[in-house]
Design a protein around this ligand. Structure first.
Ligand code: NAD
Length: 289
């Protein structure tokens, strides 16, 4: 899609889909084909493991990495159809894709996912922690203990489990990229537990970056603003989708393919002097109203 004609919030019709939503059911379909992207062999011969790689931002990152010459493994938890579409799109770019159905809240399954990736491709060079969970609650009393636990287990425990499982295979020059959120910096009144979990990812990114610098492994985070992915109609009310999202200066949602180049930057030598950074890709979102 031409970058000049991206839909504004008003052009995305009010809709809601059962959680977890599939990308194929969205209207309009998210733009993740990277048709405007020019690759330059920046990840030639690399292997990346991307959690939540079946749809949304993760799918766009998988395609961008494949365009740059990497093989990818994607971890997902529900939608085989979405995962198979990502696999086909990666293969279309001439690379291999391993799909792994696993719950990142389970440390043993994270270890298994890394082992399967290394068994298939022989090595692992890039870890993208991107799987995420959110549930809207307008009152704090409505956030159940179970919800709070699930949000934290998916969004921060899972990132820790994957990092720990990947570490024995990572070496100097390798990279870890965490998907945070602008809400981890500014908060959101109806996503209290989610905002807290994303704040944890930001601190986790900075602390692990300091710790792993001696091994020459870089750790950075991407903090997206509103991006049109299944997570949005799958967790928000039709009215929220209708207004999604008026908080940013550009007054429109981003498309997954607009996020992917940042993940290429953090994975490649282009960012060789960058670690512990949180890069906001938000269309200019500085506050939450
Ligand atoms: P998405 O729904 O396409 O992707 C989320 C994916 O996470 C799912 O497809 C699923 O595969 C995976 N997942 C969820 N729970 C899991 C579990 N327990 N085990 C394994 N996998 C699990 O949505 P997205 O918006 O592309 O989300 C990707 C990341 O971007 C998330 O971390 C999200 O918090 C973050 N983010 C999204 C937005 C946005 O507006 N879309 C904004 C800021 C941050």
């Amino acid at each position: 899609m031409s970058t000049e004609f991206r839909p504004t919030a008003e052009q995305i019709p009010a809709q809601t889909l059962a959680y977890p939503a599939s990308q194929s059911d969205m209207n309009p379909l998210p733009d993740s084909d990277l048709s405007n992207y020019s690759p330059a062999g920046k990840l030639q011969g690399k292997v990346a493991l991307i959690t939540g790689g079946d749809s949304g931002i993760g799918r766009a990152v998988a395609i961008a990495y494949a365009m740059e010459g990497a093989d990818v493994a994607i971890v997902y938890n529900v939608h085989d159809d979405d995962a198979n579409i990502t696999k086909a799109l990666v293969e279309e770019k001439g690379q291999h894709c391993l799909t792994i159905k696993a719950d990142v809240r389970d440390s043993a399954l994270c270890k298994q996912a890394v082992a399967q990736t290394v068994e298939k491709f022989g090595h692992l060079d890039i870890l993208v922690n991107n799987a995420g969970y959110q549930k809207v609650q307008f009152e704090i009393e409505d956030i159940s203990d179970e919800q709070f636990q699930r949000t934290m287990e998916t969004n921060i425990f899972g990132y820790f489990y994957m990092l720990k499982a990947a570490l024995p295979h990572l070496k100097a020059g390798d990279a870890i990229i965490n998907t945070s959120s602008i809400l981890g910096l500014i908060g959101k009144e109806f996503l209290v537990d989610y905002s807290a979990s994303k704040g944890a990812i930001n601190a986790f990114t900075k602390a692990t970056a300091q710790n792993l610098a001696k091994r020459k492994i870089r750790v950075n985070a991407v903090a997206p603003g509103p991006v049109w992915t299944p997570g949005i109609p799958g967790t928000m009310t039709p009215e929220q989708v209708d207004n999604f999202d008026k908080d940013n200066a550009m007054e429109r949602a981003g498309q997954p393919e607009e996020l992917a180049p940042t993940y290429v930057y953090f994975a490649s030598e282009d960012s060789s002097f960058v670690t512990g950074a949180i890069l906001e890709v938000t269309g200019g979102q500085v506050s939450s109203t």
